[in-house]
Write a protein that binds this ligand. Structure first.
Ligand code: NAD
Length: 258
């Protein structure tokens, strides 16, 4: 029995920079369960990396499309191209975030207006813009999943402006869920535990964070790309058809600890 019902579904995966990216973990699983995966990238460097890893997946239906989420024009162009090529979009994985390094390094109180706006634009507003651009092609309903972090609700050292952007992202996710529910489009967030990726390199004291989680989480370890990918697959699949507007934690239980 195909309990996931993702076979031959068209899923857009945004945010693969390299093989360590959370989005790559999700894409790999999607390909394994028979979905068609449309990758979006911002930098040419990421495009080459995606094409390189896809060399092992030539028998699968994939596409690689440019999309800079800081630009409405780029988002529109990307989704028109995807719509034309694939007709229907059944799911989106929004795994994109960025903040200026100095805004993570400096004290939070020193965050500049520009740095604040840029982190919000890239990491939170982009979900709204993407959902709106994809909507005309999500004619059979679908599922949108975004990646968040505990810094959205707790003050975590070195997460600063990104924590505020993640708070906005989770709120935007709920408003989108309410807005798009009538079109049978579900919107959820995964709050992932700390994982060593390119984006994580920008967070000062990342090693301390990993050690704290290992010591204090109920499972006494850190989570990984595969565990986050598996839950994302569940949230994209029909197994989660009754769930929308939720933040699901994949963090070895760390968030429940005092
Ligand atoms: P990553 O660096 O592999 O992925 C981040 C992606 O965002 C990159 O592919 C980058 O190209 C993309 N991006 C940045 N600006 C963009 C723009 N303007 N347009 C299009 N794409 C853009 O790191 P990751 O850890 O896999 O991050 C993926 C998501 O997971 C992010 O939202 C991140 O905040 C979140 N997350 C990460 C962790 C962690 O510890 N790694 C924990 C919780 C949540």
């Amino acid at each position: 029995m195909d309990i996931l019902q993702l076979k031959d579904k068209n899923i857009v995966v945004m945010g693969v920079a390299n093989e360590r990216s959370i989005a790559w973990g999700v894409a790999k699983r999607l390909l394994e369960v028979g979905a068609n995966v449309i990758f979006t990238y911002r930098k040419e460097r990421s495009k080459s990396k995606i094409e390189k890893v896809l060399a092992d997946y030539t028998e699968y239906k994939t596409a690689v499309v440019e999309c800079d989420v800081n630009s409405d024009e780029s988002i529109q162009q990307a989704f028109s191209q995807i719509g034309e090529q694939f007709g229907v979009i059944h799911g989106i994985v929004h795994s994109v975030a960025f903040a200026h390094a100095e805004d993570l390094k400096n004290r939070f109180v020193e965050t500049t207006r520009e740095g604040y706006a840029f982190a919000q634009d890239t990491s939170a507003y982009s979900l709204v813009a993407v959902a709106n651009a994809a909507r005309p092609y999500m004619t059979e309903g679908g599922s949108i999943v975004t990646m968040s972090y505990l810094g959205a609700e707790r003050v975590l050292e070195g997460y600063n402006v990104m924590g505020v952007a993640k708070a906005a992202l989770e709120a935007a996710m709920r408003y989108l869920a309410s807005d798009l529910g009538a079109e049978n489009i579900r919107v959820n967030a995964i709050s992932a535990g700390a994982i060593r990726t390119l984006a994580a390199k920008g967070v000062p004291s990342f090693n301390t964070i990993l050690r704290q989680i290992e010591e204090n989480s109920p499972l006494k370890r850190n989570t990984n790309q595969e565990e986050v990918a598996d839950m994302t697959i569940v949230m994209l699949s029909s197994l989660s058809r009754g769930v929308t507007g939720e933040t699901i934690y994949v963090d070895c239980g760390y968030n429940i600890m005092g």
